[in-house]
Design a protein around this ligand. Structure first.
Ligand code: ATP
Ligand code: MG
Length: 216
């Protein structure tokens, strides 16, 4: 059995905050692989605001170089239409029947879980690892967790995936760790203003953005 993390996002562009999330998750959970899953965005929305999917994929690929456990998946990017996590999960389950899946999401994104298609099914069919983000501590999730009532909530510190009495899907793991206060929106804003983004993205991604004149 493989333990596989699913890290979805627009990755517009990928930055060091994303990488820190993935590294911290690997440091705390015995996952074999983390799949980075850039979402599909319809071409009419691909503009200065959203870079074309081939560029977003390429930047994620560059950022994952040198991390053997990090992989890029085109499961959403390669398929026109809205990217629903429940659909993605079921497709991946079919493609990788041996795997057990863990959605990795930042706390700001998890606050919106009730707007996700079939989120209650999703919460039952896989587990979630929710990672804090500057301004969004694990504490900020209290109310949403109360409302969605997941089968098993594991507070920060309970990372032993198989030490629990009931391993398997339906778990919500909470991970409070420092991640850098970086966002893709801020990076895009800086680029539009002609400012440097050194130290916010991996050097290879910075060069790629420069070479393809993205987000200007
Ligand atoms: P944007 O500003 O365009 O929304 P973003 O920086 O939030 O970009 P996304 O692609 O929207 O990046 O995020 C993908 C996932 O990564 C989400 O689950 C989000 O919560 C998480 N994430 C992004 N940046 C951080 C960060 N600095 N710390 C923790 N989680 C993060
Ligand atoms: Mg975001």
């Amino acid at each position: 059995m493989n333990l596989t993390g699913l890290f979805g996002g627009t990755f517009n562009p990928i930055h060091l905050g994303h990488l820190k999330v993935a590294e911290e998750v690997l440091g705390h959970f015995p996952l074999d692989t983390i799949l980075f899953i850039p979402s599909y965005i319809p071409p009419h929305k691909s503009s200065v605001e959203v870079a074309p999917v081939r560029h977003r994929l390429k930047m994620v690929e560059i950022a994952c170089q040198g991390h053997p456990a990090f992989q890029v998946s085109e499961v959403e990017a390669g398929r026109p239409g809205p990217s629903y996590s429940i659909v993605t999960l079921r497709r991946l389950k079919r493609a990788r029947p041996q795997d057990q899946f863990f959605f990795i999401v930042g706390a700001d994104a998890f606050l919106e879980i009730e707007t996700w298609k079939d989120y209650d099914r999703l919460l039952r069919e896989c587990s979630f690892i929710v990672v804090s983000r500057p301004g969004f501590g694990i504490k900020s999730l209290e109310k949403v967790i109360e409302r969605i009532k997941p089968a098993g909530v594991l507070p920060p510190g309970s990372q032993a995936l198989f030490n629990s009495d009931n391993p398997g899907p339906g778990k919500l793991y909470l991970l409070e760790v420092p991640t850098p206060d970086i966002s893709s929106s801020d990076i895009r804003k800086r680029l539009r203003a002609g400012q440097a983004i050194t130290g916010l993205v991996p050097p290879g991604v910075e060069q790629y953005i420069e070479r393809h004149k993205l987000y200007r």
